[in-house]
Design a protein around this ligand. Structure first.
Ligand SMILES: Nc1nc2c(ncn2[C@@H]2O[C@H](COP(=O)(O)OP(=O)(O)OP(=O)(O)O)[C@@H](O)[C@H]2O)c(=O)[nH]1
Ligand SMILES: [Mg+2]
Length: 233
């Protein structure tokens, strides 16, 4: 949540709830996160616990696995829940390489898993957006293509953040194409003609929240959503 657009996060929470899912929006590193998760888990499991209690089963360990796209903070979240730095985390996709059980003193067993992506993207925007957010290894993408996708997005979404971060003239968006904006950023960063390097910097800035909070897709865009058992995805 700390990196995402708050209004768009609310829209996504509403969307997944409308599909009958239990949803909490989190900053994985926040102190309150473990409490929020355990409260939500208790609510989700309430019926199951009641049924077990009726059969006389008590103190059963809760086993849960964390799953998701690469580099979203799964291992960070689990470390927080077990209150130790056991799972390896890192500022790039593909850090967790294998399944790993983590145990807590409170009878909670958590399975960390490597990030997963679907085998192929039906809509190329899905791949572009995942690349923007850092879910795809930078070695596998064309950085300047993704930088241009980012600039195209920022032109409408938060043009001022680019002007301020890279000290561009205030009318840059009116007078320049996206390619020209990238070249202007390259020059301002002192990278001469090396727009690959500027592209990389732009993406790092975006991913670290230096260009403000952002969320690229909305539920209403209907791009590559994987709910409703839609097996096209
Ligand atoms: N700003 C912010 N950064 C986070 C958050 N959660 C994790 N991070 C950072 O994001 C990076 C990725 O975190 P990981 O926990 O390694 O992500 P992962 O989902 O386990 O990644 P893979 O194992 O590669 O799939 C690390 O640099 C974390 O410090 C969060 O909620 N907010
Ligand atoms: Mg991980």
């Amino acid at each position: 949540t700390d990196l995402a657009d708050p209004d768009r996060t609310k829209a996504w929470v509403r969307y997944f709830r409308s599909k009958g899912m239990a949803v909490v929006a989190l900053d994985s590193r926040d102190r309150k996160t473990p409490q929020i998760i355990s409260k939500a888990a208790r609510e989700v499991l309430a019926d199951k616990w009641a049924a077990l209690a009726e059969k006389g089963v008590k103190d059963k360990a809760i086993r849960a696995l964390v799953a998701g796209i690469p580099n979203v903070g799964k291992s960070t979240l689990l470390n927080h829940l077990v209150m130790k730095n056991v799972a390896i985390t890192g500022d790039r996709p593909g850090v967790t390489k294998k399944l790993q059980w983590l145990k807590t003193p409170t009878n909670l067993e958590l399975l960390d898993t490597p990030g997963v992506l679907w085998p192929k993207f039906e809509d190329q925007r899905v791949g572009q957006h995942l690349a923007m957010t850092g879910a795809i290894k930078d070695q596998l993408i064309n950085l300047d293509d993704i930088a241009l996708v980012t600039l195209k997005f920022m032109r409408d979404y938060n043009p001022q953040s680019i002007i301020e971060r890279y000290h561009l003239p205030s009318n840059a968006w009116e007078t320049m194409t996206d390619v020209e904006v990238l070249l202007a950023i390259t020059a301002k960063l002192g990278f001469k003609e090396d727009y690959d390097r500027a592209s990389e910097r732009l993406l790092i800035d975006l991913r670290r929240g230096k260009l403000g909070t952002y969320t690229v897709e909305m539920p209403s865009d209907n791009i590559g959503l994987v709910v409703d058992g839609d097996d096209n995805n």
